[in-house]
Design a protein around this ligand. Structure first.
Ligand SMILES: C[S@@+](CC[C@H](N)C(=O)[O-])C[C@H]1O[C@@H](n2cnc3c(N)ncnc32)[C@H](O)[C@@H]1O
Length: 337
């Protein structure tokens, strides 16, 4: 079956997609270093040329449309509901952030870099006890934990996720008010929150959903409220091949260009007050190294194909940022008082 699927998928989706799927389907766990090298190395010009023209242009809207039929709930479950114990093997121990950390030097550990990121975002959120604070896509509760450390106020911290595993983890370890709900399609009570923030969740919002969601979030904030975001967006010369490959890892999710985000938020009424750009690559390499170091335990927790999917996901994402196809932004936006 595997030898047949490769040419078929190459023909429809192009060689990068087919190549990755072929690697993931390997019946054996992939060799880490050769996989990292294979995915991150510069490719011959002929390969790049094929990638630029494949899938064929007339097919692209159809292929994307088919992939975008994927329901948000099922798409999120496919990526996140693997096993909490599996994620614990490669994420930082203290918070379990599944988002880009702030590495400053070669000697930084993932723990140090995630602590630095948490402190950076804490400054942007600037939480005060008694303020109602909502995280869109709260994962395993990493940033909610950091805010709670600062304010000591658990009652006013809220989170939303579409992962049942994360809900179970939160109930067991954190006890924040985390709900299983879709932050894109839900209704929000007007003027309820002082702060709404998202870290690494906005990437799941499809381009046509940005403008209506920005307006909903604007209405959900109190006058003077803050919206803080950490997310990566696509740069304009994004290759279609990378969009299609991203469906292997995040079915049904589709990031959006930077400009579209700025426009949607400013049209909704927000004023951008701070903006910084960050480097995702060291975090991706750290997760990869942790997964490899825990390979035996990982293979007790998930099947070989799931292990291979993650082992390819980190170098694919590393290459994406290395090529400047995505840009990781943090910003603070204010709703005028
Ligand atoms: C990359 S994780 C980031 C988690 C966390 N913010 C962190 O920094 O570790 C993305 C999170 O967004 C959530 N998410 C994505 N799309 C969502 C949606 N439409 N509604 C609710 N949660 C969503 C996922 O369930 C997951 O918890």
């Amino acid at each position: 079956m595997r030898p047949l699927l490769f040419p078929l998928e190459s023909l429809i989706y192009g060689p990068p997609y087919a190549g990755l799927k072929n690697l993931i389907r390997s019946p054996e766990p992939l060799d880490p270093e050769s996989t990292w090298r294979l995915i991150t190395c510069d490719k011959p010009a002929a390969y790049e040329l094929v990638c630029n023209h494949w899938p064929l242009r007339p097919l692209r809207p159809l292929l994307l449309h088919a992939k975008m039929k994927q329901d948000h709930v099922l798409g999120i479950a496919e990526h996140y509901d693997v096993s909490n114990d599996f994620y614990e093997l490669f994420l930082d121990k203290k918070y379990m952030f599944y988002t880009c950390a702030d590495f400053e030097g070669e000697d930084d550990s993932l723990e140090t870099a995630q602590q630095r990121k948490a402190d950076f975002i804490l400054d942007l959120i600037d939480p005060k006890p008694g303020e109602k604070i909502l995280e869109l896509g709260c994962g395993w509760g990493a940033m909610l934990k950091r805010i709670y450390e600062q304010t000591g106020d658990k009652e006013n911290l809220y989170g939303l996720t579409l992962s049942k595993e994360q809900i179970a983890y939160n109930d067991q370890h954190n006890g924040f008010q985390v709900e299983f709900d879709d932050f894109i399609n839900r209704e929000y009570e007007p003027k309820k929150f002082d702060v709404i923030y998202s870290i690494g969740a906005w990437e799941h919002v499809r381009p046509h959903e940005i403008a209506p969601l920005s307006k909903k979030l604007y209405r959900a904030l109190k006058p003077g409220g803050r919206l803080v975001q950490h997310f990566f967006c696509r740069v304009p010369d994004h290759l279609f091949a990378t969009i299609i490959c991203s469906q292997i890892y995040f079915p049904g999710s589709l990031g959006s260009p930077y400009r579209a985000n700025v426009k949607a938020f400013e049209d909704a009424g927000f004023k951008i007050t701070q903006r910084t750009i960050h480097d995702y690559r060291p975090t991706l390499r750290a997760w990869f190294d942790n997964l490899v170091a825990n390979r035996e335990r990982a293979l007790e927790l998930v099947d070989v194909q799931t292990y291979n999917r993650y082992l390819t996901f980190f170098p694919v994402s590393w290459r994406y940022f290395e090529d400047g196809l995505g840009m990781l932004v943090r910003w603070v936006m204010k709703k005028p008082s």
